[in-house]
Design a protein around this ligand. Structure first.
Ligand SMILES: NC(=O)C1=CN([C@@H]2O[C@H](COP(=O)(O)OP(=O)(O)OC[C@H]3O[C@@H](n4cnc5c(N)ncnc54)[C@H](OP(=O)(O)O)[C@@H]3O)[C@@H](O)[C@H]2O)C=CC1
Ligand SMILES: N[C@@H](CC=O)C(=O)O
Ligand code: NA
Length: 435
């Protein structure tokens, strides 16, 4: 059968992996897709790199716009990244009637509404399995496998770089900067690694999953985002003593009032499976009404794991030509005219529990003052550690775990605690999920 022709834009980590895996497994992939999938042209700014990776077997170009305009190309694979030129290329490809496969979560979380509307109008697919949790087929699971369910919440370790950093720091005691360099060398990090560290990449992915899970538009601008840069090693150690692990979680939860959409370091009971997801591995836990809890685990970053998802999308799109194009799955699982305007709640309305650490004067009555403030605010305490002051020290740490409360109430209580003369400096607050 006539091959389907692919134009590959960007042959860096993921583009290189895609080229390699597609070539290595060509025969098997053809049998699955119903026709050969052939990369005919590769566009990259760095032609020398493109030549090295492809061995010169395909057409090379430094003009990605020419590839998008080429009438021979059926599918454009966008693996450049970012919101700038990538957006122009994707919109042009759609305009030219081409299907698009992309791993670009930043682009979809910020411009997805516009991109999917254009694709819908033009009758082309925009496939994006690689954009969330790399090689884990989580988009397929949410869009198709769980389609019978009302999804209640999902929570995931969806950034490999930060999970790798947290694991290596805890297990090997290595400094942050050194582990970040290693993550970059392994191809896990974004072009701008602050996207990883500050939780932006995880928020892009959580935004995409929330749209598919709840049938709402992409609302990245409403997501609450806190990364790991301010996380203190002492809190990781105290959390361990209390039986918890700290992970950077992306959370999307449906409530009567609206949707919670948030990314932040989170205490999780250490015995939970997801608390034991280490290194660059990702995991997404989905709670749905019919099936209950399901957990998806695998490599969330790196060349070949991500290529696995890109190629799965290429096969899906190719099957549109070998099967019935009328019955395909809508981009965000819900029919476009059924997308609902449910509000994403401000962080002050989120309901969760808290780990609070404060440095206090070591004298009688201090603990009573603090617990009184929490009681006045209707916040109950689940566990407490009060360290003995070190020899010659006048201050010590108190660590409190609270039961669930509204963030706004916790904020007000923290302000009052910080105002106590016996409390030194700021209260460290981390959120906890029992999952
Ligand atoms: N790395 C990973 O593990 C994962 C990445 N992703 C996503 O995949 C995408 C690609 O990431 P990754 O492969 O890591 O990135 P890389 O930086 O490794 O690759 C991007 C490639 O695109 C090239 N490029 C930049 N601008 C242009 C242009 N205008 N025309 C043609 N080529 C261009 C770059 O060249 P130059 O370097 O010279 O600028 C580079 O070779 C991103 O959206 C990323 O978020 C998704 C999941 C996992
Ligand atoms: N930078 C991302 C790459 C995959 O999406 C990560 O570290 O997870
Ligand atoms: Na995926």
């Amino acid at each position: 059968m006539k091959p389907i022709n692919v134009g590959l834009l960007g042959i860096g980590t993921v583009g290189g992996g895609t080229f390699t895996v597609l070539k290595r497994n060509a025969e098997e992939i053809t049998r699955r897709a119903g026709r050969p999938i052939r990369i005919t042209t590769v566009a990259d700014k760095n032609l020398e790199l493109a030549r090295r990776v492809t061995g010169g077997e395909v057409k090379l170009s430094d003009d990605a716009f020419a590839v998008v305009a080429d009438p021979e190309i059926d599918i454009v694979v966008e693996l450049i990244g970012g919101y700038g030129v990538a957006r122009e290329l994707v919109m042009k490809a759609i305009e030219n009637g081409k299907h698009v496969v992309t791993a670009n979560k930043a682009l979809l979380a910020v411009h997805g509404n516009e991109i999917f509307a254009a694709a819908q109008k033009k009758g082309v697919m925009v496939a994006f399995e690689a954009a969330v949790a790399g090689g884990i087929p989580i988009i397929k699971a949410l869009r198709e496998g769980l389609t019978a369910n009302r999804i209640e919440w999902l929570a995931g370790i969806i950034n490999g770089t930060t999970n790798f950093i947290l694991s290596e720091m805890r297990d090997k005691g290595l400094p942050f900067a050194e582990v970040l360099k290693e993550a970059q060398a392994l191809g896990y990090a974004e072009a701008d690694p602050t996207f990883d560290i500050e939780g932006v990449d995880a928020a892009h992915k959580a935004t995409i999953m929330s749209a598919i899970a709840f049938g709402i538009p992409m609302q990245f601008d409403k997501a609450y985002i806190e990364g790991i840069s301010k996380l203190d090693a002492v809190d990781i150690a105290y959390a361990e003593q209390l039986g918890y692990r700290i992970k950077l979680l992306g959370i999307a939860r449906r409530r009567d009032e609206g949707i919670e959409l948030r990314v932040h370091p989170t205490l999780i009971p250490a015995k939970r499976l997801i608390a034991n997801v280490e290194g660059a591995m990702n995991a997404v836990l989905v709670q749905a009404d019919a099936v209950g809890a399901t957990l998806y685990y695998g490599k969330g970053a790196g060349a070949e794991p991500t290529a696995s998802a890109v190629i799965a999308d290429l096969v899906d799109v190719t099957r549109l030509h070998t099967a019935d194009p009328e019955h395909r799955v809508p981009h965000l699982a819900f029919q476009p005219d059924q997308v609902q305007d449910i509000p994403v709640l401000p962080i002050e309305d989120v309901v969760t529990s808290y780990y609070l650490r404060m440095h206090v004067e070591d004298k009688p009555g201090v603990l009573a003052d603090i617990t009184r403030i929490l009681a006045d605010s209707g916040i109950s305490i689940e566990a407490l550690i009060q360290k003995e002051a070190a020899e010659g020290e006048s201050h010590t740490d108190i660590i409190l775990l609270t039961h669930q409360t509204v963030e706004g109430k916790a904020n007000a209580a923290i302000v009052r605690i910080e105002a106590l003369p016996v409390v030194q400096g700021r209260v460290t607050r981390l959120r906890m999920e029992s999952l």
